[in-house]
Design a protein around this ligand. Structure first.
Ligand code: NAD
Ligand code: TYD
Length: 352
């Protein structure tokens, strides 16, 4: 079977390709990625020479290219990770988010739908288009609110979440109007190997290890529901194999943590494993900085639907996941060096 992945050189996409390859060795994986600042070929250097893996540099908006690739590779599954994904960047450069996340998804869907309509009945029955989305489309929760269900209304607050919300609606419309067998997953904040250094957990690890300021936006009391990326990949496999076309599945790990607590946990782990001189603690590098505009207070996921209907459940606790993640960053210094050249975060601080 052939599986066509977009955005596979990014954080979650590369973890997904590695995971799929380890589970289904016979499947051919085709990875289309534009290689923006977030996409790195080195994220998949361990599988690039695999005969069942093919990389193509390109944009999901390039209709001719997509049409030719679909014809050539005849995929059964398409998984769309390609997106601009960083909220802070969306505040400063919103247009890119609209272009890729909304228009790009629309163009991709149009070509996928043309491809789908020419498939045999048997191929159509097996075909799935899985769109990877985020819990941020549901907006911000108060402390006492129930976690997000699939039936929650969309209340996006950043250009990023608004663009993802737009793309989800377009995917839905292709299912309802053209009966394209689409699936949408809305997942909470991921962490783990290969995450870009400008996101919160890798940035905290990187800055602590380099004795640089660890920036905490506002009062650090915002809550995220952290999921280890491998658990997310397993959920996506489950949705592809068992999910019902047209359905939406929320994916979370029930690991709600305040940002300041995450930073403290990372610092405590490093204090224990790589102690600083003179009994100093890495937490001394934590500094409260100006808040992100429109900063969502809390995200939390109700995963009951995927648990009950598809039998998936996250396995990794936040302490195990953080330990695996910190060790990965410690053991992959070359990757970190290659990925940390950009000073976007320092620039952000000047902007806010
Ligand atoms: P990422 O920024 O690390 O990777 C995005 C990838 O998409 C990069 O490799 C980039 O080069 C590629 N890309 C960007 N624009 C493209 C285009 N026009 N055509 C082809 N490729 C393009 O993002 P991520 O964290 O891996 O997130 C992947 C997906 O999962 C996104 O759709 C995101 O919205 C969603 N998501 C992320 C999280 C999270 O916590 N990171 C949580 C839930 C959902
Ligand atoms: P982030 O990794 O950007 O994910 P998202 O905004 O999509 O949830 O940020 C996670 C949380 O950490 C979010 O509440 C913003 C906060 N944050 C900081 O406090 N400092 C930072 O330097 C960054 C990048 C994020």
């Amino acid at each position: 079977m052939n599986i066509f992945v977009t955005g596979g050189c990014g954080f979650i996409g590369s973890n997904f390709i590695r995971y799929w390859n380890s589970m289904f060795k016979e499947d051919k994986i085709i990875n289309l990625d534009k290689l923006t600042y977030a996409g790195k070929l080195s994220n998949l250097s361990d599988i690039e020479s695999n005969k069942n893996y093919e990389f193509i540099k390109g944009d999901i908006s390039n209709s001719k290219l997509i049409e030719n690739l679909l014809k050539k590779y005849n995929p059964t599954f398409i998984v769309n990770f390609a997106a601009e994904s960083h909220v802070d960047r969306s505040i400063i450069y919103p247009e890119k988010f609209i272009t890729t996340n909304i228009l790009g998804t629309f163009k991709l869907l149009t070509n996928v739908n043309n491809y789908f309509s020419n498939l045999s009945k048997k191929k159509q029955d097996d075909f799935r288009f899985l769109h990877i989305s985020t819990d941020e489309v549901y907006g911000s929760l108060k402390k006492e609110d129930a976690p997000f269900k699939e039936t929650n209304k969309y209340f996006p607050n950043s250009p990023y979440s608004a663009s993802k919300a737009g793309s989800d609606h377009i995917v839905r419309s292709f299912n309802k109007t053209y009966t394209l067998p689409t699936l949408i997953s809305n997942c909470s904040n991921n962490y783990g190997p290969y995450q870009s250094i400008e996101k919160f957990i890798p940035l905290t690890i990187y800055n602590a290890l380099n004795n640089k300021k660890i920036p905490i936006y506002g009062d650090g009391m915002q809550i995220r529901d952290w999921i280890y990326v491998k658990d997310h990949c397993e959920a996506l496999k489950t949705i592809l194999l068992k999910g019902k076309p047209g359905e939406v599945y929320n994916i979370g790990s029930s690991n709600e943590e305040k940002n300041i607590n995450i930073a403290e946990k990372i610092c405590n782990f490093l204090d224990f494993s790589i102690p600083l001189k003179r009994n100093k603690s890495y937490s001394e590098f934590i500094k409260f900085v100006k808040d992100r505009p429109g900063h969502d207070f809390r995200y939390a996921i109700d995963s009951n639907k995927i648990k009950k209907s598809l039998g998936w459940e996250a396995k990794t606790s936040i302490s195990d996941g953080l330990e695996l993640t910190i060790k990965w960053y410690l053991n992959n210094k070359e990757w970190v060096k290659e990925s940390s050249g950009k000073s976007f975060i320092e620039w952000i601080e000047v902007q806010y």
